[in-house]
Design a protein around this ligand. Structure first.
Ligand code: G3P
Length: 222
């Protein structure tokens, strides 16, 4: 995956569900074409197939369960997500935490299914733990800043720098992202200066009056 990368987590906002999800993904695609920056989306499971059919940007699942095909009602099966068109998945988001052993299992599954993994973490220590599984990305997001509008790259730069330093010591091929409170081009450029390869964000764009304008501002300083 070409970096820097911007990953928009659609979460479960109505503004990024159903028809709105498709429109937001199309705005991401337009900005990706205009800016040359990799823009990816992580919509809800039920929106994935339609978005992968109608756009050409990388689409991630928000979560994959540590299961094999069979009797697991209500779960997200990786193979089904792959058939729906995902190219990657978030794992262990602070709003959908997983056991360490389950993260390891699903990262292995992503490798055998040729999709990339973005393992979210809440601090430097957890980043170090999951880096030993060799995911493609580790995305550090201090939970208290999520949805706060206070950007991690400016409020807690030491968490981003510390995660980059420690993760790269384990495997320099793992790319580090940061997220929480990111909404402007200044927040993104601060993240890149700290050594991050991109950002993971949600509310600053999804709840903006004009999401496409907000996306253009986001990539304006890269
Ligand atoms: O996954 C991105 C996220 O948790 C950050 O959310 O709303 O602070 O950009 P937000």
């Amino acid at each position: 995956m070409k970096t820097p990368i911007v990953i928009l987590n659609f979460k479960t906002y109505l503004e990024s569900s159903g028809e709105n999800a498709l429109n937001l993904a199309k705005a991401l695609e337009t900005v990706a074409i205009e800016s040359g920056i990799t823009m990816a989306a992580a919509p809800q499971a039920s929106d994935i197939f339609r978005i992968t059919e109608e756009t050409d940007i990388p689409i991630l699942a928000q979560h994959i369960d540590p299961i094999n095909p069979g009797g697991h009602t209500g779960s997200n099966l990786l193979e089904c997500m792959v058939e729906a068109g995902i190219t990657g998945t978030l794992l262990n988001h602070s709003e959908q935490r997983m056991k360490l052993a389950d993260i390891d299992e699903v990262v292995k599954q992503t490798k055998s299914n040729n999709v990339f993994s973005v393992v979210c973490t809440n601090n430097i220590e957890t980043s170090v733990a999951v880096a030993t599984f060799n995911p493609n990305f580790v995305a550090v997001e201090p939970p208290e800043l999520i949805g706060s509008g206070i950007p991690v790259s400016q409020a807690e730069p030491e968490i981003v720098e510390g995660t980059v330093a420690k993760v790269k010591k384990i495997n320099k091929k793992i790319e580090v992202l940061c997220g929480a409170g990111i909404s402007t081009g200044d927040d993104v450029s601060a993240a890149l200066e700290l050594g991050a390869s991109g950002v993971l964000l949600a509310s600053g764009i999804i709840l903006a009056d004009n999401p496409k304008e907000a996306l253009l501002d986001l990539v304006s300083k890269i």
